[in-house]
Design a protein around this ligand. Structure first.
Ligand code: COA
Length: 169
């Protein structure tokens, strides 16, 4: 597919190990601005099979990951799009691709903790209470330095209630 309004070739696909540095740079860029949490490079390598990348003429310009939390639940993490190509549908495309995987795995629900709940609501998620995801709170959030002062908002998509929008892969 091409980038909205341009001829440049955009594809969203599973990340390769060779993408880890580019993923780390994107996440670090936005985390330094306070828009998301940092991910150490080692964690990105360990979780590389969770990650998607958006490539624009071959260059990584977006990323996001689908992390399975249990039999029914997964989390969209580390969603980031390069500043100069935002607002062209790339973030929505990465989330849609994560949801294709979530359905293929037979998951019931996908959630995210985010400073941008409005973006996720546009993708069909609804606002949620983080305590709907106790495995996240008690396994991971408790170790986060922002745990007692967390400003992230929980959003969730119930897949069985959502008919889904087919996307080109
Ligand atoms: C949030 C982010 C991933 C969105 O990516 P993007 O490629 O610019 O978004 P898209 O162009 O796919 O937007 C899809 C829709 O969401 C809307 N949208 C985008 N960002 C939004 C926001 N912050 N709040 C509300 N709606 C938003 C768009 O207007 C668009 O609406 P439309 O379908 O009516 O046209 C991107 O802004 C980003 O990387 N931000 C920095 C990192 C970050 O905040 N990550 C958030 C996850 S924790």
């Amino acid at each position: 597919m091409t980038l909205q309004g341009e001829d440049r070739v955009l594809c969203i696909e599973p990340a390769k190990l060779s993408d880890a540095e580019a993923i780390h740079s994107l996440v670090t860029y936005w985390a330094d601005k306070g828009d998301m949490l940092h991910r150490p490079i080692g964690e990105i390598y360990e979780a590389i099979r969770d990650f998607k990348v958006a490539r624009l003429d071959g260059e990584v310009v977006g990323t996001g990951s689908l992390h399975i939390m249990g039999a029914e639940l997964a989390e969209v993490r580390s969603l980031a799009v390069a500043e100069d190509v935002q607002a062209r549908g790339i973030g929505a495309g990465i989330v849609a691709d994560c949801l294709v995987d979530a359905r293929a795995f037979g998951l019931d629900r996908v959630f995210a903790l985010t400073y941008k709940p409005g973006f996720f609501e546009k993708q069909g998620f609804r606002l949620a209470n983080v305590m709907e995801f106790p495995q996240k709170v008690w396994n991971e959030c408790v170790r986060c330095p922002f745990f007692t002062n967390c400003k992230e908002v929980a959003v969730v998509l119930d897949l069985e209630k959502d008919l889904g929008v087919p996307i080109a892969r």
